[in-house]
Design a protein around this ligand. Sequence first.
Ligand SMILES: Cc1cc2nc3c(=O)[nH]c(=O)nc-3n(C[C@H](O)[C@H](O)[C@H](O)COP(=O)(O)OP(=O)(O)OC[C@H]3O[C@@H](n4cnc5c(N)ncnc54)[C@H](O)[C@@H]3O)c2cc1C
Length: 347
Amino acid sequence: MNITIIGGGLAGASIGYHLVKMGHTVTIYDREDKGQATFASAGIVCPWISQRRNKKWYRLVTASARYYPDFIRTLESETDMSTGYKNSGAICLFKPDIFDKATKRISDKAIGHPEVGQVRQLTREELSELHPSLTTKYPALIVEGGGQVRGLKLLQAIKTAFIKHGGHWKQESYEGSDDDSFKIYTTGAWGSEQDYQPKIAHQRAEIMHFKLLNQKTVQSPVVMALGPTYIVHLEDDNYVIGTTHIDTDSFDTSPTEESRAYLTEELYKYFKPEDVEITKMGVGLKPYTRDYLPFIGYADKNTFIVNGMGSTGLTASPFVGLEVAKLINNQQTELDLNDYSYIEPQT
Ligand SMILES: Cc1cc2nc3c(=O)[nH]c(=O)nc-3n(C[C@H](O)[C@H](O)[C@H](O)COP(=O)(O)OP(=O)(O)OC[C@H]3O[C@@H](n4cnc5c(N)ncnc54)[C@H](O)[C@@H]3O)c2cc1C
C-alpha cells in the first residue's frame, strides 16, 4: 500500500517503521512543532506500579512494556544508535503506612509475568547504593523489570531505521493532497486541527533538569516518588524531575514560574538543596482524549487515527506501532484494537 503518515512523533514514527518493514511505501510528514511530547519527554517504562484500574489501558501498557526489550534490541542492531533505553529497574517510594500493602499489590502483578522481574523491598543501605544522594526517609522497593528511555533518542533511532528500510521522511507540514494514499494521522496535541472524532485535548507537562553535585557517578534506576513525581537519570550527573499536568488550550511552550516553584519544592523533598543545581526546564504537550485512553481507529475507510497517547505514550508507542501495522497489513493483532475506539464517557 501507499501510506502517508501525518505527524512524526513517537506514535507516527513507530507505525511507519513497522509498516515499511512489512513492505509498504510509507511517507511521514513531520513539522517538528515546538512542544512535541516526544521531544520533551524523558521517561519511564514501568506500568505495573500505577493504581489506575482501567483494564484496557493496563492491557495495552503491559503488552507494550513486554515488547520493549526485543524492539530496542532490533532497532539498535539495525542502526547502531543508542536509544537511551535502560532496563535497570525502577525504585518506588511510599509513605510508611501503605508500604507493605503496596509491596503486595505490585508483587501480585508480577505473578505469571516474568517481564516485571523481582519486586523487592530495599534496605536504606541498598537504596543509598543505587541512588547515593536520594533521601532514605521513605521506604523503597525495586521493580527489577522497570526501565527508562529517552524520547528524542528513541525517535532519532526509529527515524534512521525507517529511512534505512526505504521510508520517506518529509520535515514539513502536511497540507493535504489529492493522491489516493491511505492516511494515518498521528498529530499529537495538534490533532485538534483535524475535524475527526474524537476531539483531542492536551496537557502541558513541564519537567525540570538538574545536576546532582557531590556524589560518585552511578547509573541510578528511575525513581517513582510519592504521588505523580518521578526522577530520571539521563547521563553523567544530569537528571530530570517531573512533571506538571496542566489542562490547557494554549500551545505556548514557555516554562512558567509556578511549575518551576512546584518542581523545586518536589525536588527538595528528595534531595538536599546543597546537592542539586537546577539547569533548565522542558515543556511538552501531552495529547489525550476525554476517556484518557489512546484512540486507535478508522475515521473513514481511507483514514486512520492514532492519538491521545497521554502520559504513557513513550511506553505504548512502539507496540501500538506494531499492532497498527499488523491491522493495516491484515494480520492478527495481539490485542483487540476495537477496545481503543472512542466511547463517549457518561457525564
Ligand atoms: C514531559 C513529559 C514526560 C513524559 N514522560 C513519559 C513517561 O515517563 N513514560 C511514558 O510512557 N510517556 C511519557 N510521556 C508521554 C509521551 O512522551 C507521549 O505520549 C508521546 O511522546 C506522544 O507521541 P505522539 O507521537 O502522539 O505526539 P508528539 O510526540 O507530540 O508528535 C506529534 C507530531 O505531529 C506533528 N504534526 C502535527 N500536525 C502536523 C501536520 N499537519 N503536518 C506535519 N506534522 C504535524 C507535530 O509537529 C509533532 O512532531 C511524557 C511526555 C512529556 C511531555
